[in-house]
Design a protein around this ligand. Structure first.
Ligand code: AN7
Length: 380
C-alpha cells in the first residue's frame, strides 16, 4: 500500500533542489518539516512591536538541525561507496552521524571532547552504535585530527566541511519562506562553526534567485539546483544575525580563540570551519555578529520554556537571547518579522537544565490533604 501524504524527509520533499539522482538510495529518518512557532508571550517583554518565530529544529529525529545535513551527507557517502563516516563533534553531529550510519548499515567514528558533551548526546551516539573516541582536547583538536586521518583512512568526513551537509541544511530556509510566504526580515542563529548560518543564506539566496541569476556567490554552490531558477522569486532575503557565546566568540574577536569556554557546550568552538563563508554572509546580508554571556543564554533558555513551553538546549537559546537584546535596543527594527533558530532540543542536556532550574519541587506524604495544600499554596 502507498500512503500518498506520508512525509518521507527533506530530500524527497526538495529533491529538485538537491544534488541527488533519480536512482540515489536515500538515507532518511524523516528529518525536516519542523514547526515554526510564533511566540505569544515573549515579544511583549521586549517593549517593541515585533513578530518573533522560533524554528524548532530540536524536533528533528535525533533532536537537532544536524539531521538535515546528515541525511544528505550519508546519502552521498553511500552513493560513493563509502563504508564508514567520521566526525569531530561537540555532541549533536555525533548523535546524528551515529543514527544515519546505523540506518545505512555503515560505521560511524565520532571524536568528542572528553567530559564536555551533554549526556543526552553521548547516550545517543553510544546507543546508535558509533565508535565513540573521547579525546583529551576540545572540538577544534578533534576537527584537526579528523581532517588529518581522513587523508589516508577509508572514511568520509561528515562535518559541515562536507559540502552536502550545507545543501541539506539550506532546506530550513526553504521551509520558513514557504510557511511565511516571504523571507523574514531578520534570521538569528547561534554560531559555532558557522555552517548553519552559511547554509541558511544559501537557502534564502536560492529562493531569491531570479532566472538562474544567482544573487550571491554562496548560491553558486547550488550548481543550478536553485528552486526558482527560471521561475518566480521571493526576491528578498533576511539580515543574518549570528550570536556566539562570549567565551567562544572568534567572530567577535576577529580571530580564532584557542581555549573556548561556555556552558553552551554545543558551541564551544574556537576555530570555525566556515570562517570565510560566514563573513560573506555577514556582508551580503547586511547582518551582524554579537555575543551573549552564559548568564544571558541560560536566562533565555529558561524564559522560553517558562513563557512559551518550548524547551531547547542552551546553545540554541543564544539566538533568542541575542535577538531580545537587539530588539529592545532597536537594532532589530520595530514592526519586523524575526526568526530565531532553536538548533537543538532541551532534553539533550538535562544536567544543565536541572542545575539552573529554580522551580520548587514540592515533597509531600502520599495523602489527599497534602496534595490539596500543595495546590492551594502554589496556585498562581
Ligand atoms: C545545538 O555537533 O558543531 O555554527 O559538533 O549543536 O553550524 O556550527 C554543533 C553545533 C548550534 C552551531 N547549536 O552550529 C557539533 C557542532 C547547536 C549545535 C550549533 C551547534 P554551526
Amino acid at each position: 500500500m502507498t500512503f500518498r501524504q506520508r512525509y518521507t524527509g527533506l530530500i524527497e520533499r526538495y529533491r529538485d533542489r538537491l544534488p541527488v539522482h533519480d536512482d540515489t538510495r536515500i538515507i532518511s529518518l524523516g528529518e525536516g518539516n519542523t514547526p515554526l512557532i510564533r511566540l505569544h508571550n515573549i515579544p511583549e517583554l521586549t517593549g517593541r512591536d515585533v513578530d518573533i518565530y522560533v524554528k524548532y529544529e530540536g524536533l528533528n529525529p535525533t533532536g537537532s538541525f544536524k539531521d538535515r545535513g546528515m541525511t544528505m551527507a550519508v546519502t552521498k557517502a553511500m552513493e560513493d561507496g563509502s563504508q564508514a563516516i567520521i566526525c569531530a563533534s561537540t555532541g549533536n553531529t555525533s548523535a546524528s552521524a551515529a543514527a544515519y550510519a546505523a540506518r545505512a548499515g555503515i560505521t560511524a567514528f565520532v571524536l568528542i571532547p572528553d567530559g564536555k558533551i551533554a549526556q543526552g548526546k553521548l547516550a545517543q551516539a553510544m546507543m546508535e552504535g558509533a565508535v565513540v573516541i573521547q579525546i583529551k582536547g576540545n572540538f577544534d583538536d578533534g576537527m584537526r585530527l579528523v581532517k588529518e586521518v581522513a587523508q589516508t583512512a577509508p572514511v568520509t568526513i561528515v562535518n559541515s566541511i562536507n559540502p552536502y551537509r550545507l545543501q541539506g541544511q539550506k532546506t530550513a530556509a526553504f521551509e520558513i519562506v514557504e510557511e511565511l510566504g516571504r523571507a523574514p526580515d531578520y534570521h538569528c542563529l547561534p554560531v559555532g562553526n558557522a555552517g548553519n548560518i552559511t547554509a541558511h543564506w544559501i537557502g534564502y539566496s536560492e529562493y531569491a534567485c531570479k532566472d538562474g541569476d544567482h544573487v550571491t556567490d554562496a548560491c553558486t554552490f547550488c550548481k543550478g539546483h536553485c528552486r526558482f531558477a527560471g521561475g518566480p522569486s521571493v526576491g528578498q532575503r533576511p539580515k543574518m544575525v549570528g550570536y556566539q557565546a562570549s567565551g567562544s566568540a572568534p567572530f567577535l574577536r576577529g580571530k580564532i580563540v584557542d581555549d573556548p569556554e561556555t556552558v553552551a557546550t554545543a558551541i564551544r568552538i574556537g576555530h570555525p570551519q566556515s570562517w570565510d563563508q560566514a563573513w560573506t554572509v555577514n556582508k551580503e546580508s547586511g547582518g551582524w555578529f554579537d555575543e551573549c554571556t552564559d548568564e544571558e543564554i541560560l536566562a533565555a533558555q529558561k524564559l522560553l520554556a517558562e513563557k512559551e513551553g518550548v524547551f531547547c538546549e542552551p546553545a540554541s537559546a543564544t539566538s533568542l537571547a541575542g535577538a531580545m537584546r537587539d530588539i529592545k535596543s532597536g537594532k532589530i527594527a520595530e514592526n519586523s518579522t524575526v526568526v530565531c533558530t532553536l538548533t537543538g532540543h532541551g532534553l539533550k542536556d538535562p544536567d544543565t537544565a536541572i542545575a539552573q532550574s529554580t522551580a520548587p519541587v514540592v515533597k509531600i506524604e502520599a495523602n489527599l490533604e497534602q496534595v490539596k495544600k500543595a495546590i492551594l499554596d502554589n496556585l498562581a
